[in-house]
Design a protein around this ligand. Structure first.
Ligand code: BGC
Length: 716
């Protein structure tokens, strides 16, 4: 709902603006070192609408990492407000992806927590810190669905599932934006990258995606839709093309789908240089063509390449572009600036953030996201009286555990795994080995019956694809050597993405997948290893056995033949591969606990509804009792999947349509109820319309995507 007062103010302002000043508002300027003098001049001329503060420290630092930008931000803002003709404040944007000074887990690890409330709280905390540095706009959350862990950027998103992704996306938007965008601590969120960027062929960054409208709408669009429904204020267009059309020049995607159909009324920013890149992509001949095509498609603000500022005046003057298109784009940008309260409060309003509370929240997020993949014979938790030899590349690591895009993270606030074990478990009989290479290190812990290997990889992210997801050879060699003598071998892995563990997994008694979980990674891992925290994370992406299984994802459609597919069933007639199975090593939703949960008493409030009832908002309610039958308190992520048995289009064998994280003390039980209505049972059909079709829907409830069938509901 647009605010009429704001719209009136925009009208007044627009009527005073020259075309050049309008284009200034659409120009997002980079602020790399060396550009300071030019930028000051351009601000005075009203040629900068926004800054991308994409260098680690935006301005000259005042020596305090938590305060680095304020002075500089205010100085530049003063020029915009006091020295430019119309005094329009500038908007500072930054990649505040999963933390600012306190770093939270990478988004994929946050998704593994299956806890939207925690995601919301995390982004509220993150926003407070970023706003203290003058940032009022984050280029986040990234909500690109990805079925391909070769793509380095899968770590920046919420994994392979549209339902989980939608819940996380909405929670992140709410956390960033709060109830009232004009409050000093709230940031405009930016849903990126719109759209289909996660479907990069072969996981190769900056390449093409090939998507049908059916796949786009049913898998890639839902997170964006849910973000728009949550009040999202900005969107970033993506680098990729979809089936021959770059998204940055797609009127269909940016205007017809995003605005006309989803009802988005904020503004769209291009990705870094993605306007200019239309030339590289071979759809624009000149810079002017690229600028005109993007703005006409619906990209309002031009990130970094100044293509709009330098070209669109001439395009309007020579009649190739209607000025009303520029006006509309400016209107959308000004709208968000007014909503942010920038006209009333352009300067940084600093209030000390409660860093200890943020660290505590980050610890909880890290703990909730870590996934216990394997735990043979209760190998974990470790006992403090048990002699344990720790070794591996990640014992002394902090920075690499933070994860991609941690531009302002404070390294000194993080413990190494060794420090975390020593500080949090001072009585633990832990021995840490520090030789120079992986194999030598192991020699120092050879005598321990229990060996913990802390292994991992560099932060993933942009342009960091991997063609091989098997772990490096030196890590494999260490694992094999350790297995020869250790009675109990535990793997603690710090990788941001799923890896192909098929070869080494059988060698471990237990595997804890820690991701890159930010400032508190090591503390969370230590707490889980020693049983202070009961693990409860669930996989937001399937783990392949070998790289060649990719793409492998749980919401696959049924095969036309009896094949050993994702959901292993015997007997089958055909194999997907001669050298491995069609099933993942670990399925979506998988994750173990130190306690056990029992599911019982599934009940349906009704099993039949008419199409009219479903369309009128009626739902099926499915309830299940979950009991903690073990001896320690734990969290279970109760998951509800459905299958539309017969439909006009092929539907997935399973699709997640509900989940709830619950905490149960030993012996305690709770009833969890899922509601299945139009949103859960419907899909976008061939005609692009969303509808629930008549027929049976199988319901599965349990602790992973391998959950058992519990009944069915029917639209009659
Ligand atoms: C990335 C975006 C990011 C932007 C600004 C681009 O290269 O694709 O995700 O927000 O740079 O840093």
């Amino acid at each position: 709902m647009l605010n009429p007062e704001i719209e009136k103010k925009i009208d007044e302002l627009l009527s005073k603006m020259t075309l050049h000043e309008k284009l200034g508002q659409l120009n997002q300027q980079s602020n790399e070192h060396g550009m300071e003098a030019e930028n000051r001049e351009m601000l005075k001329n009203g040629e900068i609408g926004s800054f991308i503060c994409n260098t680690g420290h935006f301005g000259p630092t005042d020596g305090n990492p938590a305060h680095n930008n304020r002075k500089y931000v205010n100085e530049l803002q003063k020029i915009a407000v006091e020295e430019s003709r119309l005094g329009i404040p500038v908007l500072y944007g930054k990649d505040v992806i999963h933390g600012h000074n306190v770093v939270f887990p990478i988004p994929l690890a946050m998704a593994a927590g299956f806890d939207p409330d925690l995601v919301r709280d995390a982004y509220t905390a993150i926003s407070e810190e970023a706003a203290n540095d003058g940032i009022r706009w984050s280029f986040s959350p990234m909500m690109d669905l990805s079925r391909d862990p070769r793509w380095g950027r899968c770590v920046e998103g919420y994994g392979e599932d549209p339902y989980l992704g939608s819940k996380m996306a909405a929670a992140a938007v709410e956390g960033f934006q709060g109830d009232d965008l004009s409050r000093r601590e709230n940031l405009a969120a930016c849903a990126k990258h719109y759209i289909g960027y996660g479907a990069m062929e072969g996981g190769r960054d900056y390449q093409k995606s090939e998507l049908s409208d059916y796949a786009l709408r049913n898998y890639y669009l839902p997170a964006f839709k849910s973000a728009v429904d949550a009040g999202l204020r900005t969107v970033m267009s993506s680098f990729n093309e979809i089936s021959g059309e770059p998204t940055t020049s797609s009127h269909y995607l940016l205007t017809e789908l995003l605005r006309d159909e989803l009802g988005f009324d904020g503004f769209v920013v291009s990705d870094y240089n993605s306007v200019l890149q239309l030339k590289k992509q071979g759809v624009a001949e000149t810079n002017a063509d690229a600028a005109r095509m993007s703005v006409s498609a619906g990209v309002d603000m031009d990130m970094a390449d100044r293509c709009y500022l330098r070209n669109l005046e001439k395009e309007v003057a020579e009649g190739r572009l209607d000025e009303s298109i520029v006006d509309e784009a400016v209107r959308r940008v000004l709208r968000v600036k007014f909503e942010l309260g920038l006209f009333e409060n352009p300067y940084v309003h600093y209030e000390e953030a409660d860093i200890d509370a943020h660290k505590a929240l980050a610890l909880r997020a890290a703990e909730q996201g870590m996934v216990l993949l394997k735990n043979k014979n209760g190998a974990l938790p470790l006992s403090e009286s048990e002699p344990v030899g720790f070794t591996g590349d990640f014992l002394k690591e902090t920075w690499r555990m933070f994860g991609a895009w941690t531009l302002d993270g404070v390294n000194e606030w993080a413990n190494t795994l060794e420090e975390a074990v020593r500080k949090n478990f001072p009585e633990a009989k832990a021995n840490f080995s520090h030789a120079n290479n992986l194999i030598d290190r192991y020699d120092g812990v050879m005598e321990s019956d229990t060996v913990v290997l802390a292994l991992g990889g560099h932060p993933e992210g942009e342009a960091s694809g991997l063609a091989t997801l098997e772990i490096p050879e030196d890590q494999k060699a260490l694992i094999k050597k350790a297995r020869m003598s250790a009675k109990k071998l535990v793997g603690v892995f710090f990788y941001g993405r799923p890896m192909a563990l098929g070869e080494v997994e059988p060698l471990f008694d237990a595997i804890l997948w820690c991701w890159h979980s930010g400032t508190m990674t090591a503390d969370a891992a230590a707490n889980i290893l020693y049983g202070k925290t009961n693990p409860s994370g669930r996989l937001p992406m399937s783990f392949p056995r070998v790289t060649g299984q990719i793409p492998i994802y749980y919401n696959c459609t049924p095969s036309c033949r009896n094949v050993d597919e994702y959901y292993p069933k015997e007997p089958f007639m055909y194999k997907n591969y001669r050298d491995t199975t069609g099933a993942p090593l670990y399925p979506f939703g998988h994750g173990l606990s130190y306690t056990a949960f029992e599911y019982s008493d599934v009940s349906f409030d009704k099993t039949e509804l008419s199409p009219e009832e479903i369309n009128g908002g009626k739902c099926f309610e499915v309830s299940v009792k979950v009991k903690n039958t073990g001896d320690r308190t734990g969290d279970e992520v109760v998951q509800c999947y459905i299958r539309d048995k017969v439909a006009s289009m092929m539907r997935p064998l399973r699709q997640l349509e509900g989940f709830e994280r619950i905490t149960l003390a030993p012996g305690e039980e709770k009833t969890v109820t899922f509601r299945l209505g139009l949103g859960e049972l419907g899909f976008y059909g061939k005609n692009g319309k969303f509808a629930a079709e008549k027929g049976d829907f199988t319901v599965f409830i349990g602790g992973s995507s391998y959950a058992p069938e519990v009944g069915k509901v029917t639209i009659i």
